[in-house]
Ligand binder design. Structure first.
Ligand code: SF4
Ligand code: SF4
Length: 413
């Protein structure tokens, strides 16, 4: 079974087995039996894909409620959640809007969305509207809530449990001792669902434990490990300097991960912000494009919504003034997600980088936090680090005033 979404370049085929989104040009789409349609009356975009008709996936932060209190929580979740959070009927409206746009996947998360009594009904609703709901959960809740989630598990395409370390390694990263509960959730969910994996935020503290984490994933017979770069977002801003990986760790990430993936025969995903660390190893850009490595795709291939329904370019970016159920109008606006879409590097070393089109200058959220300017090259990209090391040392005394003027740049859309 497959579904198809028309695009100016041709279209996107959604396959169930293997689970994939495949981009095809107009000729290939015709060969697959799709007839010419209004969107193809316009000339195809030259060279690149151009702006898609809609994002491929939407990350919905269904609530900001969570009692765990992890030190680096990217949303700053709390037991009370955010003021004026969206409820079930609001999220149904958002799903209607995303379905009308042809979005394929939802990534549902929080806070802790397994605490919501209507999570199952919402997942069922998304399925009925043709969207595949995937879930990220901490596992840090009561037996009752876990049993309820297990009943809903078949509704989700993929369920990933957040797990940043094994045993005490978990506490070292998160500041709370949650390994046993997360492990309990993984074991129980895996018994009822084939597609269970972990989301692991890679930090300075757990980098050397990646082999142990991969071993755990293999032992629990999980399908996927997604490695995420630690972001300066939410409470993560406060502890960013102590948790973010070192430059040496970033440079050795790809070979280390490939070795472990081969040893354990595991499917590994690296999040969008790791593209500069992949490019560092001179992987062929064509191969990266073929593998779907797209760099900073916020406001383009993906969008997100905060617990209040506010639309954002990605889960870690500042909210826009627009609600997610108004995405159709906003998507076409020339100023939509401007920090992300209008980003064009005029600055070295991105300007002359072979990977610029794919990478788009690295993670906007890291640049906004560290350099107070989302438009500057990702300061943790190894090529950027080397470039800066070669520059003559300059005194920046007057820039104290400039920095405060730029502080509002915080990856605003
Ligand atoms: S700012 Fe870009 S690279 Fe960073 S997390 Fe968001 S989409 Fe990914
Ligand atoms: S130099 Fe810029 S474009 Fe090239 S890999 Fe680094 S961040 Fe990406």
């Amino acid at each position: 079974m497959r579904t198809f979404r028309y695009e100016r370049f041709g279209g996107i085929v959604q396959l169930e087995r293997p689970r994939a989104l495949v981009f095809v040009d107009r000729d290939r789409a015709r060969a697959l039996g799709y007839r010419d349609q209004e969107r193809w009356l316009q000339p195809p975009p030259e060279g690149e894909l151009g702006l898609l008709s809609a994002p491929l996936e939407a990350h919905l932060q269904l609530t900001n409620r969570c009692s765990a209190g992890c030190q680096g929580c990217y949303t700053g979740a709390s037991p009370d959640g955010a003021p004026q959070e969206y409820g079930e009927s609001d999220w149904r409206r958002v799903i209607d809007a995303l379905a009308a746009q042809g979005v394929f996947h939802l990534a549902l998360g929080g806070g802790e969305s397994a605490l919501l009594p209507w999570l199952g009904d919402l997942a069922r609703y998304a399925r009925a509207r043709g969207l595949v709901p995937n879930l990220t959960t901490s596992g840090l809740y009561s037996d009752h809530e876990l049993e309820r989630l297990i009943g809903w598990a078949p509704l989700f395409g993929q369920i990933n449990v957040s797990l940043d370390g094994i045993g005490d390694g978990y506490r070292q990263v998160r500041g709370v001792d949650g390994f046993a509960q997360a492990d309990r959730a993984i074991v129980r969910l895996r018994k009822v669902h084939k597609f269970v994996g972990i989301n692991c935020v890679v930090t300075r503290q757990n980098f050397d434990s990646l082999a142990e984490i991969f071993g755990y994933v293999k032992k629990r017979k999980l399908r996927e490990i997604e490695l995420l770069r630690f972001k300066p977002s939410g409470r993560g801003r406060r502890v960013y300097e102590s948790l973010r990986c070192t430059d040496a760790q970033h440079r050795s990430l790809l070979p280390a991960v490939l070795k472990l993936a081969r040893r354990h025969r595991l499917r590994v995903r690296l999040d969008c912000s790791y593209t500069p660390m992949i490019a560092h190893h001179r992987v062929k850009p064509e191969l990266m494009a073929w593998l779907g490595v797209y760099g900073c795709a916020g406001g383009d291939l993906l969008v997100a919504a905060k617990a209040t329904g506010a639309l954002t370019a990605c889960s870690f970016a500042a909210p826009t003034e627009v609600r997610a159920d108004r995405i159709a109008d906003y998507w076409q606006r020339p100023d939509a997600f401007s920090t992300f879409r209008q980003w064009r590097s005029s600055e070295e070393p991105c300007r002359s980088c072979d990977y610029l089109k794919l990478c788009r200058g690295g993670c906007r959220v890291v640049s906004a936090h560290t350099l107070h300017d989302a438009a500057r090259p990702d300061p943790e990209c190894p090529r950027v680090v080397d470039f800066r090391a070669q520059q003559p040392v300059r005194l920046h005394l007057p820039l104290v005033a400039d920095a405060s003027a730029n502080a509002n740049a915080n990856a605003n859309d």
